[in-house]
Design a protein around this ligand. Sequence first.
Ligand code: C2E
Ligand code: CA
Ligand code: CA
Length: 643
Amino acid sequence: MQYILYFDYAGICVIAAVMFSFFYRQTIKTRSSQFFIAFMLVALITVIFDIIGTIALKYVHDMPLWLCYIPQMLYLGALVANPVIYLMYIISVVRDKKTIYKWEYPIIFTPFALQILFVLISPFIKGTGIFWFNENREYLHGPLLYVQYAITFSYILGSLVLVIVKRKAFTQIQEITIYLYIAINIICVVLQMVVPELLIQQFGIIIAVMLIYMSMQNPEDYIDKKQGAFNALAFDAVFNNNVVRGKKIGVLGVRINGLRYIGDTLGEESENEILREIVQYLIREAGKKRVFVLSQTKYAIILNEGEDSKTITDKIYGRFSQPFVSNGAEISLAVSTCLIRCPDVAAQTKDAYSIMDYCLDEKHATEHNETVVAQKEILEKGQRETLILQAMRQALKENGFEIFYQPIYSVSKKKLTSAEALVRLKDTGLGLGFVSPDEFIPLAEKNGLILDIGEFVFRDVCRFISERKLGDMGIENIHVNLSVVQCMQESLHEVLTGIMEEYGLDYSRIHLEMTESAAVASEETLKSNMHKLIEKGICFALDDYGTGFSNMVTMMKYPFKLIKLDKSMVWAASDGEKQMSLLKHTMNMIKDMNMDIVAEGVETAAQANMLAKMGCDYFQGYYYSRPVNCENFIKTVREHNGV
Ligand code: C2E
Ligand code: CA
Ligand code: CA
């Protein structure tokens, strides 16, 4: 028989072109790209052996018999490897974690092993194997060939089923090319059977390789064009590729702080210029293939196992201690870094992202140019934070916040004359258990949700005062806590007075509590807000006195009418002479400055007596009542005040 080799020659040209283009454009290693490389190589090897085997057939009479068998066997062995590698490629696209589970190995590879065995034994079982040479050295097929075909088809069928079941994992073009691959395979095998001299089967496979290559992830998709470096998609791919292969890596998270202000003041052009400079710096220090832009100001650098992160972070901190220059302006930027060991601490990119966000947060990151080394628990903390945030957003929409009131006792009037409004998050059904405001308020502050929560609390308090006529029960005012974030809003006074007017409330009905951290945040805005509100008749109380560092300065600088002594200070007084003396003098000083004192955390009659003797004006604490819901609050007030 005269075999026609042209298709094989064309196949070699096509696969060479695909390989050249692939390796030229390839940017990062992913699992599916590695399987694709294997797929290309096997296709190439097959076509080469096909050619060698076919040429050898021409000279079959001029060489020893075993030399005729070998190229044929190599060809057939390579041929059956094609659909197996293809199946593995499909699996690697479908699964983003482990590629193949242990128990799947025998299922996937036993039929293949059988096929190889058939190839190997064919020369010894003449007439019944896949192929054989008769006495005239004619190349003939045996019955095992059909078993071989059957197994090959079952691999192709397996791939097809997988593609149909997991359609979502593929893009449309990928899906189409996969169907085409299968169709081409079938057509070629049939053609090969009908016209045996036409060696077209391998050409079909190569055309399919080309189609798959064309449908693969475009390398450009892995590039962040603005900053000219690899992007988060590339990070995902590289991360998964390493973790799946059981490699341990370090992910160094880097975040630039303070860039937003530069965009605001110097414009976007300058901001972009600086961003590009930063990325180029990181690339110079760490190497192009290891630096990934995750967001506008966040980067990940992949480190090898055991590689010291300090060498690189020292350089980064060193660079950021110098200003960046843009448009002639010198700009100082801060940077924070964290190290996540993967997969020990994070086995998935989404976990690595949440841990990074948590660690790079200004509050968690240390100020002294130190890298935060992420611990496993952070993930749980981060997940809890995410859930709490979700719970708060839901609560704002669905009335999930409730205000509790804790009565405040007036020593001079011997009555409950006030109360502090304390917000509670009702059970959310998210399995969080009780979430204390000490936990959710700081989170809400970080995310800006506190503005909405603060407004809700304020409105609810105003409604409560006016609807339930608290004044008639002797409650002269309600204390509402203000967060730092609220105090930084220029419009704070308008928002608050607006709500009070809506309910027709007298301004003296509200006292606002602030901690000194609010005072530190923005002096100008805060002062202007305070003055405008005080002008109207609202009082301010300085909260948590005795816990900060500069309470005294704050107390003098801002127009407070009330000082709330923190519970720790009240409790400490019973520890010894010195603490008692401190409390006494603090109270005298405050009284001298004509301000009233509220003592928090009064839990016993003894504490109340002691504080009364020292001249304290108001008490708040469990001795009188815990914070309670509005109905119980009214009940407590009625009983206590006898109204
Ligand atoms: P805070 O303003 O210092 O509130 C006083 C806290 O002390 C309350 O905790 C209260 O339940 C607790 N407390 C009062 N008396 C006693 C006592 O005798 N013994 C003990 N052991 N504790 C007592 P709570 O309600 O858990 O609130 C914690 C913090 O959450 C508040 O501290 C405040 O900083 C913040 N917060 C609560 N509600 C709001 C709000 O509506 N807005 C803002 N911005 N912050 C709020
Ligand atoms: Ca308070
Ligand atoms: Ca307090």
